[in-house]
Design a protein around this ligand. Sequence first.
Ligand code: ZN
Length: 412
Amino acid sequence: MNEFSWVFIASLVLMTAVELWLSLRQGRHVAAHRDNVPTAFAEDVSLDAHQKAADYTQAKGKFNRFGSVFSAVVLLAWTFAGGLNVLFEAWQSLGFSDIVTSVAFILSFFVVGSLIELPVDWYKTFVLEQRFGFNKNTPALFLSDLAKQMLLVLIIGAPLIWGALWLMGSTGDYWWLYLWGAWMGFALFMMWAYPAFIAPLFNEFKPLEDQQLKTRVEDLLARCGFKSQGIFVMDGSRRSGHGNAYFTGLGGNKRIVFFDTLLDTLDEDQIEAVLAHELGHFKRKHVIKNMGVMALLSLVGLGLLGWAAAEPWFYEGLGVHSQNNALALVLFMLVIPVFSFFLHPMMTAMSRKYEYEADDYAASVSSGEHLIQALVALYQENASTLTPDPLVSAVYDSHPPATLRVAHLQSR
Ligand SMILES: [Zn+2]
């Protein structure tokens, strides 16, 4: 234990306390508004649906409070309780070369980590989501997803980790700069490769068949000057009743993906408005700006890692006996969420500003009225609360509360 230990423990305790406090605040706020649908929605949302959303929010809150404490305990187990020491020394005792030991250690850290999370994910899917009628997943599909994810971690992760450790060991004091360059290259490659090669491993993507809707969508794309490599429908209903639409891909490889659940919930006008909102994120350069922010944050993060990895206090302060690049990487992945938690309000504020801009764009190329209808339908379908606590929303929510979004669209 050293001074860094106390800085870390204090941040972890503060983060967990803030999370619990915010969650309890959210619960109180939602409970206080449970019996009245907000006036702006009174015509479209029934009291029943409003109360279902309140109960779902409460149940998720309880689950998240457990999750916050659970994650903190797991983090302490890996660090001060010696979890990383045990895992690293076990691999070391097998007598492989340094690089093989290091790669195996990091991969096994990921595998053990997801096994620890398994019961929590299982409960969320088969108890919490099930209770509110959203779960469509089956234990067999859940386990086959997990097996595929682990296999991907091994196939993609092993060469990636090997490459990172090689850069760290052979490019001198500025290895973190090289590592950053490599990481950016990989991130761009994955944006290009994910929709074509990885997403199809988990879901089925079919070209949109509804000709009338397809013409409607193509008209909108032409109006907005947007080129895509196709419009697809994804079988989101295999796992969950929650609906969504998104863009994916890079450059000429961009695709539009609708969840089948979304197509069932919304009519043609509303789908067009939702798509126009998503196009707004491209047209207003949010996608590029977000990538820029991520690139900058990872540069700062890796710079910090470059500094900490060479300092004995970093390892000692987190309860780790050995000092090497593999441990530095794993420790970094464990501690960075604790310190970056306090950046959340800034990141979400930026994101909410973008949501208003995308709504403005949608209203100008499609229809604000249809977008409002779509929002109301989606909030209802997903049992999202219409009455979040304002402070909680300011910290966590990437989207402004429904009442503010609708008011903004109506004020145009
Ligand atoms: Zn958006």
